[in-house]
Design a protein around this ligand. Structure first.
Ligand SMILES: Cc1cc2nc3c(=O)[nH]c(=O)nc-3n(C[C@H](O)[C@H](O)[C@H](O)COP(=O)(O)OP(=O)(O)OC[C@H]3O[C@@H](n4cnc5c(N)ncnc54)[C@H](O)[C@@H]3O)c2cc1C
Length: 216
């Protein structure tokens, strides 16, 4: 039994062996991703908007400007589709047809609600901040009443989800393996470079350990 029931909405049809429906596979993808893409339909037109997210249990947290159409859509209770993509490698086959990518991706469906209570908003902002940089919430100045009021927040309950994962070498056609063409995988790893001090940094301040050794 999978954590998420297989339905016509979330069942991976194309190469089903790559599909996963357990939280133990899907949630780490969501947590490692720094951004996601929020998909919704408004007035019959589709939109897919990149944004920051965080996960708290079975809920996704979003924030944005009060005028943001994406935030209004998430808060409206309409069904939203959110995707997460982690790129792990370029897969170079002997034939162009079999070129591919190694990846871990997740697709989530659910309905949202607005977060309006101040305590609830602060808690959600802490989750969001900590998702991006663990340790930052306590270190940075936290939102004041004006900033909190200017921030729209919403949470989306994950109702259905799937992950799709490709790993390993290219899969060429049998007759192509003898071709004198290089094939293999070019692995991709996200790299964080040494931090750059802000030009207006007060004297005697140094990047904290959680920045210098930042990893996801
Ligand atoms: C980095 C990357 C590059 C890709 N490049 C291509 C490409 O060039 N061409 C191409 O056709 N496909 C590509 N894919 C695969 C693509 O995401 C789809 O899986 C594929 O196109 C099948 O689409 P479909 O609508 O027929 O899916 P279906 O299998 O019909 O989708 C049904 C359900 O399966 C789930 N699902 C489908 N795809 C994914 C996914 N990737 N992750 C999690 N759940 C999923 C969703 O819940 C979806 O609603 C790529 C994926 C990634 C992550």
């Amino acid at each position: 039994m999978s954590d998420f029931e297989l339905t016509t909405q979330n069942r991976v049809r194309r190469i089903p062996a790559r599909g996963h429906y357990d939280k133990a596979v899907i949630y780490p993808i969501i947590d490692e991703a720094l951004i996601c893409h929020v998909g919704f339909v408004e007035d019959g037109l589709p939109y897919v908007i990149p944004t920051i997210h965080a996960r708290s249990g079975d809920k996704l947290i979003f924030h944005g400007a009060k005028a943001s159409r994406m935030m209004k859509q998430i808060a409206s209770g309409a069904t939203i589709c959110v995707t997460f993509t982690l790129l792990d490698g370029l897969v170079l086959a002997r034939s162009t047809f079999h070129h591919s990518m190694n990846y871990r991706s997740a697709v989530v469906f659910g309905q949202g609600r607005p977060l309006t209570d101040e305590t609830e908003k602060m808690a959600a902002l802490e989750v969001l901040t900590e998702h991006l940089v663990h340790g930052r919430w306590q270190d940075a100045r936290q939102p004041n009443a004006k900033e909190l009021n200017a921030t729209a927040m919403a949470e989306l309950t994950i109702a259905s989800a799937s992950a799709k994962i490709r790993t390993g070498p290219p899969g060429d056609d049998d007759e192509d393996y003898a071709l004198p063409i290089w094939a293999g995988v070019l692995p991709i790893q996200q790299q964080y470079l040494p931090p750059i001090d802000d030009s207006q940094l007060s004297e005697g301040l140094f990047a904290p350990e959680y920045i210098v050794n930042y990893r996801r």
